[in-house]
Design a protein around this ligand. Structure first.
Ligand code: GLN
Length: 544
């Protein structure tokens, strides 16, 4: 039976609970254990798919087509374990399920209540599909004390009893603020937060204390005394210089050992951390640096491009170079208040990422044109591929009115909605004016690559599988015109219906992909497209 680790947060949000969970899972994995991490989100959206990236950051898509919290991206990047739909649940999804059952009459005769119905549903999510695991880490979103998270804390309380002693551990992540005027770290917020959690029936076994200054032994002892945990289980967590330094840092502070001790497991030797020390060695001793211009829409909030940001870093790890990302708001190119050349000339490579809606599209098309004409490496992801096709159609195939139906009716729908396609489960349908939630081509789809293409040599394969999240497709009706303009369709869905990859063989590096390769990149296994793109940026940096 799997052992469970419940992770809650206190005092304030944004304490890096997700990173802590991912790092702990990586440490347990480095000790030979099989792990899986789950996220419980207390908000009422059924999934984060319909939330603005400004509200919630990136939507992370799994192979099985779930739109999930961005923390699942950290989990996958740190453990290499592919996240699934069953690893993320929200209050919205739980209530939706319960209300559907109630309407069906499943609870006939009973009053449906938070306890036991909601808590039972939460417990069932925690326990599902855990047979082949040693540890399941369950992170509860939000902060203890929030009204929304109460049913989740109650479910943990019950589960700890159900699972039996020794089979679960509670970790509470808190803040130990530094008060500059007093020159002191303050433990009181941690004490209060632990008291609040204990009042809900959950006594933490391990405390992870985020602090900006080293936590003196005296303060560690004080926290242990007031919060009823062993001193060794009070883990100081100072800010790290890179997120990839966090697993080793937590190990050095004794986190994995404290957790195993809390389970009554004697740690057998040391974890194998070679993977993490190698990554840090590459990050701290780069042999050069490149600048990548990312022309996007949500550039004000980097969480909106979390996986992309990381995948570019991984491309740097693969090439032993530092990657500087220059975030450029596509709209500035439309207002004429900034000169495209001035913004893009310092970049050794240009990337247009995924996006929804017309805002900024013309600026992105202008960036594609710049990259194409100036022979600067170009990587178009999803929307970025679609705009590369529109640019090619307008400027090389003579289709002046080329556009996407996403921007409204057009005579030349280079990019359009398709209403029927094949998935592993059979024919999928969507309506042009259908619901926005859960009506996209989502999750892993296979693609076949042309054996003579640049991308097949990058992948070293002609059959690939990548994750999708989009509603519109490049229209194969324009394939001939676009190919005459030099844009080759080098990857297609296996039935040949949907373009998956386009490339320009006459350009140093120009690739557009309909999927999101950034979702599958890992620091210890950089995605081949990102490794190749950054290698092209390195070559470009030597030219200029
Ligand atoms: N808006 C485009 C579509 O729906 C692209 C989506 C994306 O870039 N993820 O097809």
């Amino acid at each position: 039976m799997a052992r469970f680790i419940f992770i809650t947060g206190g005092v304030v949000s944004s304490l890096g609970k997700g990173l802590m969970a991912a790092s702990l899972a990586a440490l347990l994995q480095a000790r030979g254990y099989r792990v899986r991490i789950r996220k419980f989100d207390p908000y009422l959206n059924v999934d984060p798919g319909t939330m603005s990236p400004y509200q919630h950051g990136e939507v992370y898509v799994t192979d099985d087509g779930a739109e999930t919290d961005l923390d699942l991206g950290h989990y996958e990047r740190f453990t290499g374990v592919a996240a699934r739909q069953s690893d993320n649940v929200t209050s919205g999804r739980i209530y939706q399920q319960i209300i559907q059952r109630e309407r069906r009459g499943d609870y006939l005769g009973a009053t449906v209540q938070v306890i036991p119905h909601v808590t039972d549903a939460i417990k069932a999510f925690a326990l599902a599909e855990t047979d082949d695991l040693d540890f399941v880490l369950c992170e509860i979103g939000g902060t203890v004390g929030d009204i929304e998270s109460l049913p989740f804390i109650e479910a943990i309380r019950q589960l700890r009893n159900d699972l039996g002693r020794g089979n679960s551990v509670s970790i509470h992540v808190t803040l130990v603020p530094y008060i500059a005027a007093a020159g002191e770290l303050k433990t009181k917020p941690t004490q209060h937060s632990v008291r609040e959690l204990a009042a809900l029936g959950v006594q933490p076994d391990v405390l992870v204390c985020r602090c900006e200054q080293p936590l003196p032994a005296s303060e560690r002892a004080k926290i242990a005394l007031f919060c009823n945990v062993p001193k060794e289980a009070v883990i100081p967590a100072l800010d790290a210089k890179s997120i990839y330094a966090v697993p080793v840092q937590y190990h050095e502070e004794g986190l994995d050992e404290a957790v195993l001790n809390a389970f009554g497991i004697e740690p057998a030797g040391e974890p194998n951390l070679a993977r993490w020390t190698d990554i840090m060695d590459r990050l701290t001793n780069p042999e050069g640096e490149v600048t990548v211009g990312v022309v996007g829409k949500y550039v004000g909030l980097q969480d909106a491009y979390k996986s992309l940001n990381e995948a570019l870093v991984h491309g740097g790890i693969a090439n032993k170079v530092k990657v500087n990302i220059r975030w450029i708001d596509a709209e500035v190119f439309e207002h004429g208040d900034s000169d495209i050349a001035a913004s893009l000339e310092p970049c050794h490579a240009i990337l247009v990422p995924g996006a929804f809606g017309e805002r900024g599209a013309e600026g992105k098309i202008a960036s594609v044109k710049f990259a194409r004409e100036r022979n600067v490496p170009y990587f178009g992801i999803c929307f970025g591929m679609q705009m590369a096709c529109v640019e090619g159609a307008r400027n090389l195939a003579g289709i002046e009115k080329a556009s996407s139906t996403e921007f409204g009716p057009t005579d030349e729908p280079i990019v359009g909605i398709i209403t029927e396609w094949m998935s592993a489960e059979g024919v999928q349908k969507r309506e042009a004016g259908g619901d926005l939630g859960g009506t996209m081509r989502l999750g892993a789809y296979p693609a076949k690559l042309d054996g003579n293409s640049v991308v097949s040599s990058i992948y070293g394969a002609t059959e690939i599988s990548e994750r999708h999240r989009h509603r519109y497709e490049v229209n194969t009706g324009y394939r001939e015109s676009l190919e005459k303009g030099g844009l080759v369709f080098s990857g297609m869905s296996p039935d040949g219906m949907l373009p998956e990859i386009v490339e320009r063989p006459d350009h140093p590096w120009f690739v557009g992909v309909q999927f999101h390769p950034e979702l599958k990149s890992k620091p210890f296994d950089p995605h081949p497209l990102f490794a190749s793109f950054i290698a092209a940026a390195v070559r470009q940096s030597r030219l200029v």
